[in-house]
Write a protein that binds this ligand. Structure first.
Ligand code: SF4
Length: 455
């Protein structure tokens, strides 16, 4: 069996499963957020009754992160709905925006959108917060009401996005009927050159197979190149499995996985036992590709979808209006450090927005010092508009007052993961997906360019 089949077999109480079979799978964690949470709760109450209890309050994780820092009152209200549900159900893992359990969330635009407006529990973007807070464990099954739930495949778990109806069912039963996906195998050889990042790898892969090339398939990444990659890099790759239509992305377990997971579980007091899955000698793959990491170059996905692959050096003629670094794909500490490495000593030539994925990342960027200045201050000095209000922000557009949102038809280079028309705001705007280094180089030049010139 493949890694995905082994996890699904275990979660369904069977010795083995085959691709194409429909099986009942037990969830280890169900995650939802402010956009889909209220709908999921509505389905749960309608189908299981107004006084129904969730199947296991320790396995439900609620992370408001999407439409948070907006004066839109209906968006604010979504957070209140989550709080009421968490209190009613006694949910321990609700990462509220505010500290007052009797309060209401109201974003105050008069305080500006740069200084933090959240309390001590707020966790930021769910797919980065889940591992940070110790909710991702090897060998487990994670369902989430968000397509980029596949990020957690970096930790050797089966993680996939589901709709509100399915999530309502999981809330009530802890189970879901799942068709076992076929697996596409990506063997990673070699090591990425300086100036080439995990984002370049996944944009290369999506360009190779197409934005529907892995529809309902598991994407298994392994080989020596995968073991060379950091956990953050593996998260970036797994995150974008869905951009090829993948059901999930998955990596092998190794000492890096163990070190990361054990430390986060210990720090947060979450469940620390887990059983990883290892590769079998016999694995059936739908398709196999070998990727030579040494040969990769800075890569860009052009408008209007993530498979429009070009090399950054081929796009010199494309002038940019805006640059954006943030999101679950490209807003981690390591992403900002790579971005800052290119930016340091330069000034940005176009509007450039920086949105860390989580409050912890904000703190790290403020405490890491290079030559006597914090990385945060280095970015501000270069002209980057940095916000402490960690969250999804303009990655998916959001209400009109969202930080970094494109309200006019601009061209933006972005570390985010999706660039279908209108994704970051105006329906005629264009988004070019790239690595943090390539976004930094674009911000300095005001046009798309190869970042290796700057390092
Ligand atoms: S950062 Fe973007 S892709 Fe990630 S969860 Fe938020 S909206 Fe979705």
């Amino acid at each position: 069996m493949t890694l995905t089949e082994k996890i699904l077999a275990r979660a369904s109480g069977r010795k083995s499963v085959r691709a194409g079979e429909n099986i009942w799978v037990s969830a280890d964690v169900l995650m939802t957020h402010d956009v889909c949470g209220p709908g999921t709760i509505g389905v749960f109450k309608k189908e299981f009754g107004r006084n129904a209890r969730v199947w296991d309050p320790k396995k439900v994780v609620i992370i408001p992160d999407h439409y948070i820092f907006s004066a839109d009152r209906r968006s604010n209200r979504n957070v209140d709905t989550l709080r009421e549900f968490a209190q009613e159900q006694g949910l321990e893992y609700f990462y509220d925006v505010i500290d007052d359990p009797t309060g209401k969330w109201v974003f105050d635009p008069s305080k500006g959108d740069v200084e933090r407006q959240y309390g001590s529990k707020y966790a930021g973007v769910c797919h980065v917060a889940l591992p940070e807070k110790g909710h991702t464990r090897p060998g487990e099954v994670l369902f989430g009401t968000d397509s980029h739930t596949c990020t957690a495949g970096a930790f050797n778990e089966f993680a996939t996005g589901i709709g509100n109806t399915d999530a309502g069912f999981v809330l009530g039963t802890g189970k879901l009927l799942v068709k076992v996906p076929e697996t596409i195998h990506f063997k990673l050889d070699g090591k990425m050159q300086d100036g080439v990042m995990a984002k370049d790898l996944i944009l290369h892969v999506i360009g190779e197979i197409g934005f529907d090339g892995a529809t309902y398939c598991a994407m298994q990444f392994d080989g020596p190149g995968a073991h060379e990659m950091s956990i953050d890099d593996r998260m970036t790759v797994a995150n974008m499995a869905i951009e090829s239509g993948g059901k999930n992305g998955i990596f092998e377990f190794d000492e890096k996985t163990a070190a990361y997971v054990d430390e986060r579980c210990r720090r947060n007091g979450t469940k620390s036992e887990y059983t990883p899955v290892e590769r079998d000698e016999e694995e059936h793959f739908l398709r196999e590709l070998v990727i030579d990491l040494d040969a990769l170059e800075p890569t860009v996905a052009c408008h209007p979808n993530p498979a429009q692959r070009k090399l950054a050096r081929e796009l010199d003629e494309i002038k940019l209006d805006r640059a954006y670094i943030g999101s679950c794909t490209g807003g981690k500490t390591s992403d900002f450090l790579a971005f800052a490495r290119v930016i340091k000593g330069n000034k940005v030539a176009i509007d450039t927005f920086g949105v860390p994925a989580t409050p912890l990342i904000v703190n790290e960027l403020k405490s890491i010092n290079w030559d006597g200045a914090s990385v945060w201050d280095i970015l501000i000095e270069a002209g980057v508009k940095m916000t402490e209000n960690a969250g999804c922000a303009a990655c998916l557009g959001g209400p009109e007052d969202t930080f970094g949102r494109m309200n006019t038809p601009l061209k933006c280079i972005s570390t985010t993961n999706r660039n279908f028309p209108g994704r970051m705001g105006h329906k005629e705007s264009q988004v070019f997906l790239a690595s943090p280094m390539t976004v930094a180089a674009g911000a300095i030049e005001g046009r798309i360019t190869d970042p290796r010139r700057f390092i």
